[in-house]
Design a protein around this ligand. Structure first.
Ligand code: PMP
Length: 356
């Protein structure tokens, strides 16, 4: 019988827990509920049959993105979502049995792609209040370490990692690739992009799925040292980014006003949401991303189910005890969530509420 590689046979299928179709307010995937720039939509609507008939060229888009990021085109690879960049990194640097260090809780795909390479995932749990475990990450570095992942700000906590801690780790492991995942950069505003070209083991992943509202288009960026980006370029399909994404890129980047107004909306929305949740006596963590981690405690299952019935999906995070992750939407969507939550809480047994 045909058999896949052992490490793949031992894996389970990973299905993103996409909301059920009965929910009309999807706050579980960190997608934009605002959508994308009208300039991007206009571009999509004007695409010609000829553009679709031809294989897309990635290079012009890489020049655009490089100029935007202040790096060179050789230091940038456009990818089919940030996911593909993470996959390429794992395929390029992980041998069977080599190690990838991930601070947990973390975005799930690091593990999926690392396991596919038969690598060992070294999980370093976050400290109290989900603080980044710098010291323990430094101690976990071994001669087998080939990749260290830092997600900044982190998904699912929304918490940032300080620049000095990141630099300390990069310098402590010069023979390992440092993957700095900046998927939520725009909501935070701090980056190490200016270190690209200076630190040869640094990679920075970005995405158009969040602040640009283009998760369905599948467009990401991997920036790094030109020698290392050349390694990834050897492996990637020349047509990994589709023609729709390539055509829309120029408009998405040009419409700065759209991105900054969405980012401002998210920043105001997350403060408002957090305050409301705290008034309901739920603990939240101060997020720098477009979502908020909130502890429902014992009441979590009942609340999630009742909200689902009312058409609202939040993300259960079983890896953060009693917590859910809530995407920040528009103000009226946040108000609907809080109004429904108040209703739901009137039906949750008071002994469970005391435990939260
Ligand atoms: N990194 C992080 C931390 C994410 O949360 C996500 C998406 N949720 C990704 C990467 C992947 O993004 P993309 O849609 O660009 O593949």
């Amino acid at each position: 019988m045909l058999k896949a590689r052992r490490c793949v046979r031992e894996m389970r299928e990973y299905h993103s827990p996409l909301s059920s179709p009965t929910t009309d307010l999807r706050l579980d995937m960190n997608e934009s509920t605002t959508g994308c720039s009208p300039r991007v939509l206009a571009k999509l609507n004007s695409m010609s049959a000829k553009t679709l008939a031809l294989y897309p060229r990635r290079e012009p888009g890489e020049k655009l993105v490089a100029d935007f990021l202040g790096v060179t085109a050789e230091q940038v690879l456009l990818t089919n979502g940030a996911d593909e960049g993470i996959d390429l990194l794992c395929r390029a640097y992980l041998d069977p049995g080599s190690e990838i260090i991930v601070a947990t809780p973390a975005f799930a795909m690091y593990e999926v792609f690392a396991q596919t390479e038969d690598a060992k995932v070294v999980r370093v749990p976050c400290g109290p209040e989900f603080s980044f475990p710098t010291q323990n990450v430094l101690e976990a570095i071994s001669p087998q370490t080939r990749i260290i992942v830092i997600c900044n700000p982190n998904n699912p906590t929304g918490l940032p990692v300080s620049r000095s801690n990141i630099m300390q780790i990069i310098q402590a492991a010069p023979d390992a690739a440092m993957l700095l995942d900046e998927a939520y950069f725009e909501f935070y505003g701090q980056t190490l992009m200016e270190q690209i070209g200076k630190l040869p083991n640094l990679f920075i992943a970005r995405t158009f799925s969040k602040a640009y509202g283009l998760a369905g288009l599948r467009l990401g960026v991997m920036a790094g040292d030109k020698e290392q980006i050349s390694v990834l370029r050897r492996m990637v399909s020349p047509f990994n980014v589709n023609a729709f994404a390539m055509e829309c890129l120029v408009e998405a980047l040009a419409d700065r006003e759209f991105v900054s107004s969405y980012v401002a909306q998210v920043r105001a929305g997350r403060e408002w949401l957090q305050k409301q949740l705290e008034q309901l006596r739920f603990k939240c963590w101060p997020s720098q991303a477009n979502f908020v981690l909130c502890r429902f405690g014992e009441t979590k299952k009942a609340i999630l189910e009742s909200l689902r019935v009312r058409g609202i999906a939040l993300r259960d995070r079983p890896d953060c005890e009693g917590c859910v992750r809530i995407t920040v939407g528009k103000q009226h969507e946040m108000e609907r969530l809080i109004a429904e939550l108040k209703q739901v809480l009137t039906n949750v047994p008071s002994n469970q509420q005391a435990a939260r």
